[in-house]
Design a protein around this ligand. Structure first.
Ligand code: AKG
Length: 304
């Protein structure tokens, strides 16, 4: 059991989540009104929505600026599919010193420059400073990256997954690595936790301002999800801030190179596809013209 999660429960009124089937306690806690500890309210989502532009389907991501990226932006799409959510990426320090790179399934290099220094997002700084003071108080590693997600309505969701450990610092004996989800916006949303066999461990609406805190290791023993809402249920804007301690830093110029490489391999794939379509079309045309030559012949024969 994590001493850090114990400290969170003791100092901040958190309650540990138990496994439904075995009643084993997990290193996951629900903390009431975490956002209030940082002298902010869930309305921070509205502030961010009002202030920062959204890069939609046809928009370019502008490096080193705070911006929302829409789920229909080519850089955020997952294997060509629109994602039903929008995101802002922030990190500790200038990206010129490297990007704190959080690896997740389907991440594209093209979206990495959407991340920028959280010092450029003034309305967010009380949350960052408060959260890192909280980490110090409970024996956790400080966060160096935050992802803000907006779910505009009940159709927006994130499917069941665990955060991949590849680029997240592991917990140390005296410093837990936490993944902290703080709910923001005017509306609460259901949050599901599953065991790795897919059985529900916990399913509850997390109210705006409350937080779900888990160690990296507890995250790996479970899956979490923000499901779509039931038919007919009206649900307004909701969002989350997820803090992580990222261990992988990718140099600024390396990200540029990776983007150039993936663009050129995409261009090569497009050219290959076009060539093969052209070849198919010219074969089809040739076959058609051979057929029509035949039919002309037969017509000729019939008319003669
Ligand atoms: O928005 C949430 O509540 C969860 C977000 C999440 O699971 C993720 O970003 O990996």
């Amino acid at each position: 059991m994590s001493a850090c999660i114990d400290a969170i429960c003791a100092k901040y009124g958190g309650s540990r989540i138990a496994c439904r089937s075995s009643s084993d306690q997990l290193d996951i806690a629900l903390v009431p009104n975490m956002i209030g500890l940082f002298n902010k309210t869930p309305a921070v989502l509205d502030e961010l929505v009002e202030k920062y532009p959204i890069r939609g389907a046809k928009d370019e991501i502008i490096p080193e600026t705070v911006q929302w990226v829409g789920g229909d932006n080519a850089a955020l799409k997952y294997r060509g599919h629109t994602l039903k959510r929008e995101k802002i990426w922030l990190q500790n320090g200038s990206v010129r010193n490297g990007y704190a790179y959080y690896y997740y399934t389907g991440v594209q290099w093209a979206v990495v420059p959407a991340q920028t220094d959280w010092a450029q997002c003034q309305e967010f700084m009380p949350v960052v400073n408060g959260y890192n003071a909280f980490c110090e108080a409970v024996g956790a590693q400080k966060a160096n990256q935050a992802i803000i997600t907006r779910y505009r309505d009940g159709d927006h969701f994130i499917g069941a997954h665990f955060d991949k450990p590849k680029s997240i610092a592991p917990s140390a004996p005296d410093a837990a690595s936490l993944i902290t989800v703080i709910k923001i916006g005017p509306t609460g949303r259901r949050f599901n936790l599953y065991d790795l066999n897919g059985s529900v461990i916990w399913s509850q609406i997390i109210e705006p301002g409350d937080a779900l805190v888990m160690t990296l290791e507890a995250n790996l023993q479970t899956k979490h999800e923000v499901p779509t809402c039931a038919d007919g249920e009206t649900v307004g804007d909701s969002g989350s801030i997820v803090f992580r301690s990222i261990s992988s830093v990718v140099p600024y110029n390396m990200v540029k190179k990776k983007i150039a490489m993936s663009e050129s391999s995409r261009a090569r794939a497009r050219a290959r596809k076009m060539n093969s379509n052209n070849l198919k079309n010219s074969k089809r045309k040739k076959a058609d013209s051979d057929d029509s030559d035949d039919s002309d012949d037969s017509d000729d024969r019939q008319s003669s």
